[in-house]
Design a protein around this ligand. Sequence first.
Ligand code: GFB
Length: 314
Amino acid sequence: MKPPAAPRIWVAGHRGMVGSAILRQLRARGGGEILTADRAELDLTEQAAVRRWLADRRPDIVILAAAKVGGILANDSFPVDFLYQNLAIATNVIEAAHGAGVDRLVFLGSSCIYPKMAPQPIAEESLLTGPLEPTNEWYAIAKIAGIKLCQAYRRQFGRRYISVMPSNLYGPNDNFDLETSHVLPALIRKFHEARASGAGAVTIWGTGAPRREFLHVDDLARGVLFCMDHYDDPEPINCGAGDDVTIRELAEIVAKAVGFRGELMFDPARPDGTQRKLMDSSRIAALGFRPSIALEEGIAGVYRWFLDHCSAAA
Ligand code: GFB
């Protein structure tokens, strides 16, 4: 069954970095109706509430961008939050979408679903071929369960539910809290504060040697809508930038964007996490999608966003 030309699309998690970027893309392209629900109106970890909300609103398409997310330290420190909340959100929304007759759903995962030692760049076929990276296995297990649930609804009920796997993401509306954030917003804030206070050095977690692939969230949002329109297979589909940098290289780029000229120190007592998780995004490229925002350009834009929205609190 094809979705109608002007579909009703529910973006679950529309206040987050990913959901808000998807909302911007949907609004830019127009047509159809966009549904959202604030947390006060709908708690996605409450099954009965999610069932009621979906049965009442009956969207044609669900984009599941809601998740409990955080950087390496948050993932490692709060295993219950990352496993339970993400499992609950995925199972509640996917089950209730099916119950409400939703035929099309896009589930968002993460590159950390792939085994720690997967061959690089990591193809979709690597899923469940080896042990996970321990610092984020709780989150990864919940995301793998979400992928499998989409596959199960497809197999048992013929639902056209798909899963998109983003690489590490960055962009507006990110979390800039130094304890719970991902590396890129943390570095923006650390360099900004060091420049403002005249500090001569900034300490970066780990050795600086791990490599990460960073995709701007606006590119991801375009990729998600592209997959919604053009992808309909059970296997997850990777959506990454196509290249990666070391954390040291990332720090140099961020320091330059922020105008910090002091020393970069590394703290090996902090976890590095996996050494590399560059994804193979050739499947989505073959369908016709390519990201367009270069890392330097994207970081400069996010720093402007940070100055406009967060620097007073920083
Ligand atoms: O971004 P991040 O927390 O996520 O860390 P992961 C990436 C790398 O940056 C690690 C280093 O090697 C960190 O040690 N790093 C250096 C820092 N300085 C900092 C800092 O100030 N803050 C942070 N956070 N890192 C997450 C997973 O893994 O990636 C999630 O925990 C999710 O499950 C997400 O998949 C995309 O790439 O290590």
